[in-house]
Design a protein around this ligand. Structure first.
Ligand code: GLU
Length: 402
């Protein structure tokens, strides 16, 4: 029996599949280094843990309103006021099962079959299939200069009469790049003038390095939240190291938020109340863990970058945020999926092929794990790519040979 056209048009998330593969190898006792991961390994904030346990102990974990609990919405209101300088109403807030679901329901609410959604290359791995799940058409914008950041003009030229939304992720997964003020100002202007929704995937907005701050779309408009087509998407996963809680949110025009809530009411019926309780506590609680995480990630970046930059032929930009570095390995193998498979097979290092983000020839290397992993992973990669190097590489009693 055939499946639907939509089911046939999409594949599994490469990042999640690699997480599963790394976990399987580790469980089998293999000395695998997971540079493919996309989640911080620190503990969730104590406030979140305590609040979750307290709720669980009541033995009463009931349904959530489809668009989130009132206290979760209030927490997002407070968060938005504190970190974006805007104070939305509860009706302009939707809580979802992760930022991923918030993006997905926004797309379902906006896109009809054949409509287009525009985003820059490199893009987060799920964007194309998320657009396809709506029956929409993904439109990828590639920088003519080969860099990881298309220009404003390149973005504008890709928008046509069927463009319903532009998706931007800054800091960017996988490049770690941050859009500058002129670019963001231009994107907001373009979207307001043409009535295109600007979906800002801000999931890494507090993981920005070198003393910088993330730039937010709302900074470039005086309009009320209901009158600008800007939607901010965020969540607790990365900054609070709460990936498995699956709590994200959207803040935007209330009519769109209402439509998104209606859609969600027939999907999950609202995110877990237990997870929302923990998320609320993380938002209202001490924020030190976010700063500690950012500092740790910045150090990890420096270690990984320092080592990979010593590999002759490899090209990489300095990531300004996130916990990824996106390097051009095409001097070694233009087929990055084959190269990733080689590194896994030869030295047990998991990476994500750049083709999953729209840039063949690249590999994404994560530094969200322990710094020793970043160091050891980079060393193994350097050895595996150095055809004239030592014949073997030892890790404890494990010997990798050519
Ligand atoms: N966003 C992370 C990544 O890119 C997590 C995995 C996912 O949801 O795809 O690795």
């Amino acid at each position: 029996m055939p499946f639907s056209r939509i089911a046939d048009s999409i594949g599994a998330s490469a990042t999640l599949a690699l997480n599963a593969e790394a976990a399987r190898l580790r469980a089998a006792g293999e000395p695998v280094i997971h540079l493919g991961g996309g989640e911080p390994k620190s503990r969730a904030p104590e406030s979140a843990v305590t609040a979750g346990i307290a709720m669980l102990e009541t033995g009463e974990v009931r349904y959530s309103p489809a668009s989130g609990t009132p206290e979760m919405k209030d927490a997002v209101v407070a968060y938005t006021e504190r970190f974006y300088g805007r104070k939305p109403e509860r009706t302009q807030v939707l809580a979802s099962a992760g930022c991923k679901q918030a993006i997905m329901v926004a797309l379902i609410a906006l896109v009809d079959p054949g409509d287009e959604v525009v985003y820059p290359v490199p893009y987060w791995v799920s964007y194309p299939d998320m657009v396809r799940l709506t029956g929409g058409v993904p439109v990828e914008v590639r920088a003519a200069d080969g860099s990881c950041q298309p220009t404003l003009d390149e973005m504008a030229a890709a928008c046509g009469p069927r463009t319903k939304a532009i998706l931007l992720n800054s800091p960017n997964n996988p490049s770690g790049g941050v859009f500058d003020q002129d670019f963001m100002r231009g994107m907001v202007k373009l979207c307001e003038e043409r009535g295109i929704h600007l979906l800002m995937d801000d999931i890494y907005h507090r993981l920005v390095f070198d003393g910088r701050q993330a730039i937010h779309g709302w900074d470039f408009t005086d309009r009320d939240l209901d009158d600008t087509p800007l939607v901010v998407l965020n969540g607790v996963s990365k900054m609070y190291a709460m990936t498995g809680f699956r709590i994200g949110w959207a803040v935007g025009p209330r009519a769109l938020i209402k439509a998104m809530g209606n859609i969600q009411s027939h999907q999950t019926g609202g995110p877990s109340t237990l997870a929302q309780k923990a998320a609320v506590a993380s938002i209202h609680g001490q924020q030190d863990s976010v700063d500690e995480l950012r500092v740790t990630l910045e150090k990890n970046r420096d270690v990984l970058l320092g080592l990979v930059r010593e590999i002759p032929g490899l090209k990489v930009e300095r990531p300004q945020g996130t916990f990824y570095c996106f390097a051009d390995f095409s001097a070694f193998d233009k087929d990055c999926a084959r190269l990733a498979a080689y590194l896994l097979d030869k030295v047990q290092v998991v990476t994500v092929p750049g083709v999953e983000f729209g840039m063949p020839g690249y590999l994404r290397l994560s530094y969200c794990g322990p710094v020793e992993d970043a160091r050891e992973g980079a060393r193994r990669i350097a050895w595996a790519l150095d055809k004239n190097g030592p014949a073997e590489y030892r890790v404890g009693d494990r010997v990798f040979t050519r």
